[in-house]
Design a protein around this ligand. Structure first.
Ligand code: HEM
Length: 409
């Protein structure tokens, strides 16, 4: 329980600042103890609440009083402040911005492509991509692991699944990065508009080309669904492609980057994994818990007044679940600050919880496992090529990922 007096002991911090990113974990620990339902104000004046304890985070993610579709609850004016109408209609009509029944309808359209069984069929191809990327740098003896390995691997995979040219990846990297940085930041939104428009034009060209030449990729399957009517509107088709490209660009990259960095910072755990590669799946779960790529879940809004720990969250307030904080909650995890690749019962929230639980989890897990094992096998003497203190986290609000990770091997 939290009282108003100790709420004041927690300093107001700008969650969007680099300073916050560098010190997020100690701040979350303080919040879990002193102010687990923390009120803050977004730059557009919207009231928001940060949920930091595991039990509360789990409950909010499963509670249908917290909704994903802002149109249900906010005024048109408030929505327009988030993103202008044309761009929002084309980019934000996807499952992560909808509640049932639209959410279930859209998720069902692509669910089959991401089941563990379907993803397992990609194993040989993912292995081939990992081998090719590492063979290309092997003789150099050093690389920036983010740019040369962690980034291209998941991008090539998602591009192949969707049926889009992987050569365009540098372009989408810039586009999806701009999108992630502009989320919840009205001051960046205007600046980012031309980028969104380029992204929309690109998706439009992809759809036009594919309509003329349907194949067996995911975009063709979605175009079939659109043609059957009722299943998917054109805006939803654009938004689905956009969501899959962004999810494929901003997440697994950081699972690999954060994972390698954390292992290099914990040499005993690294040695344990090298000598026991069968620990890879629990190692990946521990990376997702200890330094998962998605730090904060995407926005939710209270659909009605809700009381949590004596804090009244009013209808229309925004609620942000700090997955990174829940994953270090001392009441849920034994020694949460210890990175232990053999941890049992690791019920982390790194992929979220409830109906929006990550659709790409089986794919991300497989990519992460193959990436790490291949790297350790081919480059057993891997080391950081800089002082760990000089490495910088990307100053994005939702995600946790390193800007670069120079290594020698
Ligand atoms: C390690 C990598 C990944 C992590 C940590 C991750 C994490 C998450 C999280 C936390 C959510 C829930 C967000 C919320 O409830 O607000 C989510 C949803 C989602 N993720 Fe992932 N993700 C990863 C990789 C991927 C990949 C590779 C894809 C597919 C290309 C993907 C597609 C999605 C989709 C479509 C949703 C929305 C699901 C829905 O609304 O029902 N993710 N992800």
């Amino acid at each position: 329980m939290t009282s108003a007096s100790n709420r004041n002991e927690v300093p107001q911090l700008n969650l969007f600042s680099s300073e916050f990113k560098e010190n997020a974990y100690p701040f979350y620990a303080k919040l879990r103890e002193q102010d687990p339902v923390y009120r803050f104000t977004l730059l557009n004046g919207q009231i928001a609440w940060l949920i930091t304890r595991y039990e509360d985070a789990h409950a909010v993610l499963k509670d249908d009083r917290f909704i994903k579709n802002p149109k249900t609850i906010l005024s048109q004016e408030q929505i327009n402040k988030m993103m202008p109408t044309v761009e929002r209609d084309l980019l934000m009509n996807h499952m992560l911005s909808f509640d049932p029944p639209d959410h279930s309808r859209l998720r069902n359209l692509v669910h089959k492509a991401f089941t563990p069984k379907m993803i397992e069929e990609l194993r040989a191809r993912i292995q081939e991509i990992a081998d090719t990327l590492l063979d290309a740098v092997q003789n150099k003896g050093k690389m920036n692991l983010v740019d040369e390995f962690a980034f291209p691997l998941p991008i090539i995979v998602i591009c192949e699944m969707l049926g889009i040219p992987a050569e365009d990846r540098d372009q989408f990297r810039e586009w999806s990065g701009t999108f992630i940085e502009a989320m919840n930041r009205p001051e960046k939104m205007q600046q980012a508009l031309p980028t969104f428009q380029s992204f929309i034009k690109y998706i439009g060209r992809l759809i036009d080309e594919r309509r003329k030449n349907l194949t067996d990729d995911l975009i063709s399957a979605l175009i079939h669904a659109e043609a059957e009517g009722e299943k998917l509107t054109e805006n939803e088709l654009y938004s689905m492609i956009f969501l899959l490209i962004v999810a494929g660009h901003e997440t697994t990259v950081n699972l690999i980057g954060n994972g390698v960095f954390t292992l290099l910072q914990h040499p005993k755990q690294l040695e344990k994994l090298k000598s026991n590669p069968e620990l890879i799946s629990s190692a990946i779960e521990e990376i997702l818990r200890f330094c998962g790529p998605v730090e904060l879940a995407t926005n939710r809004w209270a659909g009605e007044d809700v009381l949590i720990h004596e804090k009244l969250i009013r209808k229309g307030d925004m609620v942000v679940v700090a997955l990174a904080s829940a994953n270090r909650d001392e009441t849920k995890f034994e020694n949460p600050e210890v990175f232990d690749i053999t941890r049992k019962n690791n019920r982390h929230l790194g992929f979220g919880m409830g109906i929006h639980y990550c659709l790409g989890a089986p794919l991300a897990r497989l990519e992460g496992q193959i990436a790490l094992l291949t790297l350790l096998r081919k480059m057993p003497n891997l080391h950081l090529n800089t002082d760990a203190e000089t490495l910088k986290w990307r100053p994005t609000y939702l995600m946790r990922g390193l800007i670069e990770l120079p290594v020698v091997f």
